[in-house]
Design a protein around this ligand. Structure first.
Ligand SMILES: [Fe+2]
Ligand SMILES: [Fe+2]
Length: 246
């Protein structure tokens, strides 16, 4: 396991706090997430015949009876996957924008690179899930790219603290968003959902690590911190809602 992944897998204080507040832990945080760990296509397929086939039990369905996701559950999962891919896309472009401005800074540059690398991994995983399971991706991809870059570069131009305040605000919303998803996923009693839950749980922890990093690097010393933070949080919430639908 790489040092980066080992760091990412370490549960943060913020993660533990949020988890104890909002959901019940299902697995140890040390579970590695690969890009192919995901719910199988059968779970999202509207064809009820194939939806009853669990890939994890396909070789021996006599031991574990196949479960069927309801239409509502499938719709919920598709929405989750679409919004998560869009969110990871936006996060990538935020860090791209910040790195374009502050990448050469000896203190902040490596931090941004590290967080950006993790966002690249997150996006690769959700790109795989979206294509593998034929979920309609957001139609607003160019908008999220442009908005993400503008937000990242714009806050970085305001200074290192503002860049970190941006990360603080974004990761607060995204961490909470993933936590909300975990609570929803915990309600679905299906063996395949456990894999998606691992992904969401892992990424939630990564985002909360980013939040901690931002706080440790003077995010709250940014000029007009409250104003900036609230504006970014509202923008993120709006983006989440829109990309879950469009
Ligand atoms: Fe992410
Ligand atoms: Fe993040």
């Amino acid at each position: 396991m790489s040092p980066t992944l080992r760091t990412a897998l370490r549960p943060s204080k913020a993660a533990l706090t949020l988890l104890s507040r909002h959901s019940t832990p299902t697995r140890a945080f040390s579970t590695a997430v690969s890009s192919r760990q995901a719910i199988p296509a059968s779970s999202l397929n509207n064809n009820s015949d194939t939806a009853t086939q669990s890939s994890s039990t396909s070789s021996d369905t006599s031991e574990v009876p196949p479960l069927r996701l309801s239409k509502e559950q499938r719709a919920l999962l598709e929405e989750m996957i679409r919004v998560d891919q869009a969110g990871e896309l936006g996060a990538n472009w935020i860090y791209r924008g910040q790195y374009a401005v502050l990448g050469s800074d000896k203190k902040v540059g490596p931090l941004l690179q590290h967080m950006w690398d993790q966002e690249k991994h997150h996006l690769r995983v959700f790109d795989g899930i979206v294509s593998q399971y034929r979920v309609r991706p957001t139609a607003l991809r160019p908008i999220w790219e442009l908005a993400g870059f503008a937000l990242g570069a714009g806050t970085a131009l305001m200074g290192k603290e503002a860049a970190m305040a941006c990360t603080e605000a974004v990761e607060t919303v995204i961490g909470g968003h993933y936590n909300d998803q975990l609570r929803e996923l915990l309600k679905i009693d299906h063996p395949d959902i456990a894999e998606l839950r691992k992904v969401v749980q892992q990424f939630r922890d990564d985002e909360l690590e980013h939040l901690e990093t931002a706080l440790e690097h003077d995010a709250q010393k940014a000029p007009q911190h409250e104003l900036l933070s609230n504006a970014i949080k509202q923008g993120c919430k709006a983006a989440i809602w829109i990309s879950s639908k469009v």
